[in-house]
Design a protein around this ligand. Structure first.
Ligand code: ATP
Length: 236
Protein backbone atom coordinates (compact mmCIF):
# COMPACT_ATOMS: atom_id res chain seq x y z
CA UNK A 1 0.00 0.00 0.00
CA UNK A 2 1.22 3.50 -0.81
CA UNK A 3 0.54 5.11 2.53
CA UNK A 4 2.17 8.42 3.36
CA UNK A 5 3.92 8.20 6.71
CA UNK A 6 5.68 11.13 8.38
CA UNK A 7 7.56 10.42 11.59
CA UNK A 8 9.13 12.88 13.99
CA UNK A 9 9.69 15.58 11.41
CA UNK A 10 11.52 18.75 12.40
CA UNK A 11 11.75 21.53 9.86
CA UNK A 12 13.51 24.87 10.19
CA UNK A 13 13.66 28.04 8.11
CA UNK A 14 16.96 29.31 9.51
CA UNK A 15 15.98 29.94 13.14
CA UNK A 16 12.24 29.51 12.70
CA UNK A 17 11.27 26.05 13.94
CA UNK A 18 8.26 25.51 11.65
CA UNK A 19 7.50 21.78 12.24
CA UNK A 20 8.15 20.13 15.59
CA UNK A 21 8.30 16.39 15.99
CA UNK A 22 5.47 16.06 13.51
CA UNK A 23 4.09 12.59 12.79
CA UNK A 24 1.11 11.84 10.61
CA UNK A 25 -0.22 9.18 8.29
CA UNK A 26 -2.36 9.38 5.18
CA UNK A 27 -3.51 5.92 4.13
CA UNK A 28 -3.96 5.13 0.48
CA UNK A 29 -7.47 6.11 -0.57
CA UNK A 30 -8.12 8.57 2.24
CA UNK A 31 -8.86 12.26 2.36
CA UNK A 32 -6.99 13.63 5.36
CA UNK A 33 -7.41 17.23 6.38
CA UNK A 34 -4.85 19.43 8.13
CA UNK A 35 -6.44 22.12 10.27
CA UNK A 36 -4.73 24.98 12.00
CA UNK A 37 -4.42 28.73 12.19
CA UNK A 38 -2.11 30.89 10.09
CA UNK A 39 1.49 29.96 10.67
CA UNK A 40 0.67 26.58 12.24
CA UNK A 41 2.80 24.77 9.67
CA UNK A 42 0.24 23.41 7.22
CA UNK A 43 1.88 24.74 4.07
CA UNK A 44 5.29 23.71 5.38
CA UNK A 45 4.01 20.16 5.83
CA UNK A 46 2.88 19.99 2.20
CA UNK A 47 6.11 21.59 0.94
CA UNK A 48 8.16 19.12 2.92
CA UNK A 49 6.22 16.17 1.46
CA UNK A 50 6.64 17.38 -2.13
CA UNK A 51 10.33 18.09 -1.59
CA UNK A 52 10.22 21.88 -1.92
CA UNK A 53 11.72 22.26 1.55
CA UNK A 54 13.77 19.70 3.48
CA UNK A 55 13.20 18.44 6.97
CA UNK A 56 16.20 18.49 9.27
CA UNK A 57 15.28 15.30 11.08
CA UNK A 58 12.65 12.60 10.92
CA UNK A 59 11.39 10.17 8.33
CA UNK A 60 8.98 10.69 5.45
CA UNK A 61 7.90 7.73 3.34
CA UNK A 62 5.30 7.33 0.65
CA UNK A 63 4.99 3.66 -0.27
CA UNK A 64 8.54 2.65 -1.18
CA UNK A 65 9.73 6.23 -1.68
CA UNK A 66 11.93 8.01 0.82
CA UNK A 67 10.58 11.53 0.43
CA UNK A 68 13.51 13.11 2.24
CA UNK A 69 15.81 11.94 -0.55
CA UNK A 70 13.47 12.27 -3.49
CA UNK A 71 13.73 15.22 -5.91
CA UNK A 72 10.46 17.13 -6.43
CA UNK A 73 10.33 16.29 -10.15
CA UNK A 74 10.75 12.58 -9.42
CA UNK A 75 7.91 12.83 -6.93
CA UNK A 76 5.70 14.41 -9.62
CA UNK A 77 6.67 11.63 -12.02
CA UNK A 78 5.64 9.06 -9.40
CA UNK A 79 2.22 10.70 -9.02
CA UNK A 80 2.74 12.97 -6.02
CA UNK A 81 1.19 16.28 -7.06
CA UNK A 82 1.07 19.47 -5.04
CA UNK A 83 -1.39 22.25 -5.87
CA UNK A 84 -0.09 25.26 -3.97
CA UNK A 85 -2.17 28.05 -2.57
CA UNK A 86 -2.98 30.64 -5.23
CA UNK A 87 -3.40 28.09 -8.06
CA UNK A 88 -0.66 29.50 -10.33
CA UNK A 89 -2.26 28.82 -13.64
CA UNK A 90 -0.81 30.42 -16.77
CA UNK A 91 -3.00 33.42 -17.41
CA UNK A 92 -2.14 34.05 -21.06
CA UNK A 93 -2.57 30.42 -22.07
CA UNK A 94 -5.94 28.89 -22.80
CA UNK A 95 -7.74 26.54 -20.44
CA UNK A 96 -6.90 23.64 -22.72
CA UNK A 97 -3.20 24.56 -22.95
CA UNK A 98 -3.06 24.85 -19.16
CA UNK A 99 -4.61 21.41 -18.82
CA UNK A 100 -2.18 19.80 -21.27
CA UNK A 101 0.77 21.29 -19.36
CA UNK A 102 -0.21 19.03 -16.47
CA UNK A 103 1.00 16.14 -18.60
CA UNK A 104 4.54 17.44 -19.08
CA UNK A 105 6.04 14.30 -17.57
CA UNK A 106 3.59 11.94 -19.28
CA UNK A 107 5.10 10.51 -22.44
CA UNK A 108 1.98 9.14 -24.12
CA UNK A 109 0.02 11.96 -25.81
CA UNK A 110 -3.07 9.76 -25.92
CA UNK A 111 -3.02 9.41 -22.15
CA UNK A 112 -2.75 13.19 -21.80
CA UNK A 113 -5.67 13.76 -24.18
CA UNK A 114 -7.82 11.16 -22.40
CA UNK A 115 -7.12 12.62 -18.97
CA UNK A 116 -7.92 16.14 -20.23
CA UNK A 117 -11.29 14.86 -21.46
CA UNK A 118 -11.88 13.20 -18.08
CA UNK A 119 -11.13 16.52 -16.39
CA UNK A 120 -13.69 18.21 -18.66
CA UNK A 121 -16.27 15.56 -17.77
CA UNK A 122 -15.65 16.16 -14.10
CA UNK A 123 -15.73 19.94 -14.53
CA UNK A 124 -18.00 20.83 -17.48
CA UNK A 125 -17.46 24.51 -16.74
CA UNK A 126 -13.87 24.10 -17.91
CA UNK A 127 -15.05 22.42 -21.11
CA UNK A 128 -17.25 25.43 -21.84
CA UNK A 129 -14.19 27.66 -21.42
CA UNK A 130 -11.71 25.46 -23.21
CA UNK A 131 -10.41 28.17 -25.58
CA UNK A 132 -10.55 31.00 -23.07
CA UNK A 133 -7.41 32.49 -21.52
CA UNK A 134 -6.72 31.25 -18.01
CA UNK A 135 -6.43 34.75 -16.60
CA UNK A 136 -10.01 35.56 -17.57
CA UNK A 137 -11.48 32.75 -15.44
CA UNK A 138 -13.20 33.38 -12.12
CA UNK A 139 -11.39 32.31 -8.95
CA UNK A 140 -13.44 29.12 -8.70
CA UNK A 141 -12.79 28.25 -12.33
CA UNK A 142 -9.07 28.85 -11.84
CA UNK A 143 -9.10 26.47 -8.90
CA UNK A 144 -10.89 23.90 -11.06
CA UNK A 145 -8.26 24.42 -13.76
CA UNK A 146 -5.46 23.90 -11.23
CA UNK A 147 -7.19 20.67 -10.20
CA UNK A 148 -7.71 19.63 -13.81
CA UNK A 149 -4.07 20.27 -14.62
CA UNK A 150 -3.04 18.05 -11.72
CA UNK A 151 -5.45 15.34 -12.90
CA UNK A 152 -3.75 15.28 -16.30
CA UNK A 153 -0.55 14.41 -14.44
CA UNK A 154 -2.22 11.23 -13.11
CA UNK A 155 -2.09 11.93 -9.36
CA UNK A 156 -1.91 9.09 -6.88
CA UNK A 157 -1.41 11.44 -3.94
CA UNK A 158 -2.69 14.99 -4.21
CA UNK A 159 -1.55 17.74 -1.83
CA UNK A 160 -4.06 20.56 -1.87
CA UNK A 161 -3.37 23.91 -0.23
CA UNK A 162 -6.44 26.01 0.54
CA UNK A 163 -8.52 25.15 -2.52
CA UNK A 164 -11.49 27.19 -1.29
CA UNK A 165 -9.46 30.30 -0.46
CA UNK A 166 -11.21 33.46 -1.63
CA UNK A 167 -14.14 31.64 -3.21
CA UNK A 168 -17.83 32.39 -2.66
CA UNK A 169 -19.42 29.70 -0.44
CA UNK A 170 -21.35 28.03 -3.23
CA UNK A 171 -18.30 27.79 -5.49
CA UNK A 172 -16.14 26.60 -2.59
CA UNK A 173 -18.69 23.83 -2.01
CA UNK A 174 -18.49 22.79 -5.66
CA UNK A 175 -14.70 22.68 -5.50
CA UNK A 176 -14.86 20.48 -2.40
CA UNK A 177 -17.32 18.15 -4.13
CA UNK A 178 -14.91 17.85 -7.05
CA UNK A 179 -12.10 16.96 -4.63
CA UNK A 180 -14.36 14.30 -3.15
CA UNK A 181 -15.04 12.84 -6.59
CA UNK A 182 -11.35 12.84 -7.49
CA UNK A 183 -10.77 10.88 -4.28
CA UNK A 184 -13.59 8.47 -5.10
CA UNK A 185 -11.86 7.77 -8.40
CA UNK A 186 -8.77 6.59 -6.52
CA UNK A 187 -6.59 9.58 -5.64
CA UNK A 188 -5.41 9.95 -2.04
CA UNK A 189 -5.76 13.53 -0.80
CA UNK A 190 -4.01 15.57 1.87
CA UNK A 191 -6.07 18.73 2.21
CA UNK A 192 -5.10 21.99 3.90
CA UNK A 193 -8.10 24.20 4.52
CA UNK A 194 -8.87 27.28 6.57
CA UNK A 195 -12.51 26.35 6.17
CA UNK A 196 -12.45 23.53 8.70
CA UNK A 197 -16.15 22.83 8.42
CA UNK A 198 -15.92 22.23 4.67
CA UNK A 199 -12.75 20.19 5.06
CA UNK A 200 -14.14 17.91 7.77
CA UNK A 201 -17.24 17.34 5.69
CA UNK A 202 -15.30 15.57 2.95
CA UNK A 203 -12.35 14.20 4.96
CA UNK A 204 -12.08 10.73 6.49
CA UNK A 205 -9.63 11.87 9.16
CA UNK A 206 -7.88 15.00 10.26
CA UNK A 207 -5.02 16.49 12.23
CA UNK A 208 -4.88 19.80 14.04
CA UNK A 209 -1.56 21.66 13.92
CA UNK A 210 -0.60 24.34 16.40
CA UNK A 211 2.81 26.03 16.26
CA UNK A 212 4.21 23.22 14.12
CA UNK A 213 2.96 20.41 16.36
CA UNK A 214 0.11 17.93 16.00
CA UNK A 215 -2.18 18.68 18.93
CA UNK A 216 -5.25 16.67 17.95
CA UNK A 217 -6.10 13.91 15.53
CA UNK A 218 -9.03 11.65 14.81
CA UNK A 219 -11.77 10.77 12.40
CA UNK A 220 -13.46 13.75 10.78
CA UNK A 221 -16.58 13.02 12.83
CA UNK A 222 -14.61 12.92 16.09
CA UNK A 223 -12.85 16.19 15.33
CA UNK A 224 -16.06 17.91 14.22
CA UNK A 225 -17.66 16.94 17.55
CA UNK A 226 -14.67 17.90 19.72
CA UNK A 227 -15.45 21.01 21.79
CA UNK A 228 -11.89 22.32 21.36
CA UNK A 229 -12.15 22.03 17.57
CA UNK A 230 -15.61 23.59 17.60
CA UNK A 231 -14.39 26.52 19.64
CA UNK A 232 -11.15 27.13 17.79
CA UNK A 233 -12.02 26.25 14.19
CA UNK A 234 -15.74 25.76 13.64
CA UNK A 235 -17.20 28.75 15.47
CA UNK A 236 -19.95 28.46 18.03
P1 ATP B 1 -0.80 29.88 6.43
O1 ATP B 1 -2.17 29.37 6.47
O2 ATP B 1 -0.68 31.31 6.89
O3 ATP B 1 -0.06 29.62 5.15
P2 ATP B 1 0.55 27.64 7.62
O4 ATP B 1 -0.13 26.86 8.66
O5 ATP B 1 0.52 27.09 6.25
O6 ATP B 1 -0.01 29.10 7.59
P3 ATP B 1 3.38 27.81 7.27
O7 ATP B 1 3.25 28.69 6.08
O8 ATP B 1 3.76 26.42 7.08
O9 ATP B 1 2.02 27.84 8.10
O10 ATP B 1 4.39 28.51 8.29
C1 ATP B 1 4.87 27.88 9.48
C2 ATP B 1 5.90 28.79 10.13
O11 ATP B 1 7.06 28.89 9.32
C3 ATP B 1 5.43 30.22 10.32
O12 ATP B 1 5.96 30.69 11.55
C4 ATP B 1 6.01 30.96 9.15
O13 ATP B 1 6.20 32.31 9.47
C5 ATP B 1 7.31 30.24 8.94
N1 ATP B 1 7.74 30.24 7.53
C6 ATP B 1 7.07 29.72 6.49
N2 ATP B 1 7.76 29.85 5.35
C7 ATP B 1 8.92 30.47 5.68
C8 ATP B 1 10.07 30.90 4.93
N3 ATP B 1 10.18 30.67 3.62
N4 ATP B 1 11.05 31.51 5.63
C9 ATP B 1 10.97 31.72 6.97
N5 ATP B 1 9.91 31.33 7.72
C10 ATP B 1 8.90 30.73 7.09
Amino acid sequence: MSDLVLENIDLYYHRVHALRDLSLTVREGEIVSLLGNNGAGKTSTLSMISGLVRAKTGRARWGDHDLLRMQPWDAVGAGLLHIPEGRRIFSTMTVHENLLLGGYLVKDQKVIARRAEEAYELMPRLAERRGQQGGTLSGGEQQMLALGRALVGGPKLLLLDEPSMGLAPLIAKQVMEIVQRVNAQGTTVLLVEQNARAALKIAHRGYVLESGRVTMQGSAAELAADPRVIEAYLGA
